[in-house]
Ligand binder design. Structure first.
Ligand code: ATP
Ligand code: MG
Ligand code: MG
Length: 349
């Protein structure tokens, strides 16, 4: 087929649509908002609610394959799309609930930080007693960019942390003393073939990704092989088709999985200019059953910096560096903490 439906119209959908267009595909976007960034670069746009099974089924009749760029989608309405949906709903269901996700990751033989499911203040007190501090509470659902999280650095903060996440069902997770953070970005084909990019060194501030750099330093590079095995096992257990990202902490005791995203990922944006095939193109290749492209570095090193909130204001100033690859997502208001664009700088030596 030659048309692709993308559920979710944010910057990830936008960059997927650009990559798909280069391969001759027309993308149609499904998103509840009025003017989503992906619609600006797509062949079609349907405004509809993610819960609207009828609208999604109608959308599906217009395209040959459907993918998604956002994991917080209700699974029920998408399940009726059957094999046209790639990746399938299992990847969504696991990734959108942190308790299900952690249990699943452990069943795949990978390590996560010690954790407990918590549904009440008493549960939180018990988790603090059993795991010690520091602990981070994370709502099971709908968290991103560090939202829906509260740290407990001292047992006396248990109640206020529980209050601050709004008494939502959550996980309590031991704070990890990590040397660095990195991600494994894997693309998987229906027949089980997988490709990996270099693992970026990811730096977060206040729960938000700030920079991703490749190649990673030795403290990360030494853990990548182990981490790739974990990521491949997770992708395979999900029957995942397309790109999947696993975030890791590089700890003294080896790689610890933080979370998974069943999709292209912010820490892979550097692949647009820094690798022979970008994560976006590779995802399109995988969901359309095309051959994999090379994931080799196309440079000595690459560094991506997010443009968050106000940082977008001087985007024209960034262009003063003629080698900077500036990406602007075309979002409306530059609210604090909102990802508005990114800049990639590659070193070709
Ligand atoms: P994303 O936008 O990546 O989906 P998120 O809201 O799902 O973010 P997490 O990835 O769970 O949030 O956490 C954000 C960041 O907070 C992590 O990348 C890490 O820097 C820090 N963090 C989260 N959990 C822990 C932990 N258990 N120990 C230490 N640091 C942590
Ligand atoms: Mg997350
Ligand atoms: Mg994360």
């Amino acid at each position: 087929g030659s048309s692709i439906g993308i559920v979710g119209g944010g910057q990830l959908g936008r960059m997927l649509a650009v990559a798909a267009a280069q391969l001759g595909y027309k993308c149609h976007i499904f998103d509840p908002h009025e003017d989503p960034p992906a619609a600006h670069v797509a062949a079609g746009f349907t405004r509809g609610a993610y819960e609207d099974a009828e609208a999604l089924a109608e959308f599906a009749t217009q395209v040959d394959v459907i993918t998604y760029e956002f994991e917080n989608l209700p699974v029920g309405p998408l399940a009726v799309l059957g094999p046209k949906l790639r990746p399938g709903t299992r990847s969504l269901a696991v990734a959108q609930d942190r308790a299900v996700e952690k249990q699943f990751i452990e069943e795949c033989g990978a390590t996560v930080a010690a954790w407990r499911s918590v549904d009440s203040a008493d549960d939180v007190e018990r988790a603090v007693a059993e795991l010690g501090t520091p602990i981070v509470l994370k709502t099971r659902r709908y968290g991103y960019d560090g939202k829906g999280q509260a740290w407990i650095r001292n047992p006396s903060e248990a109640q206020s942390a529980w209050d601050s996440i709004g008494h939502e069902p959550a996980v309590a997770e031991a704070g990890v003393e990590f040397d660095a953070e990195f991600s494994v970005i894997v693309a998987r084909w229906e027949d089980g073939r997988t490709t990996f990019w270099d693992s970026p060194d990811n730096v977060h501030r206040e729960g938000i990704l700030r920079t991703s750099t490749v190649p990673p330093p030795p403290v990360i590079a030494g853990q990548v092989e182990h981490a790739r095995t974990a990521a491949a096992n997770i992708a395979s257990a999900l029957d995942h088709v397309g790109v999947l990202t696993v975030e890791f902490f590089a700890s003294r005791n080896g790689p610890i999985v933080n979370e998974i995203a069943p999709r292209v990922h912010n820490s892979g944006h550097w692949t647009i200019e820094g690798a022979f095939t970008s994560q976006f193109e590779q995802h399109i290749r995988a969901v359309c059953g095309l051959p994999p492209g090379s994931t080799d570095l196309a440079c000595h090193s690459a560094r991506m910096d997010n443009l968050i909130g106000d940082e977008i204001a001087d985007w024209q100033g960034l262009l003063a560096d003629p080698h900077a690859h500036v990406h602007i997502y075309g979002k409306g208001e530059a609210r604090p903490g909102r990802k508005m664009g990114h800049v990639t700088r590659i070193d070709v030596g």
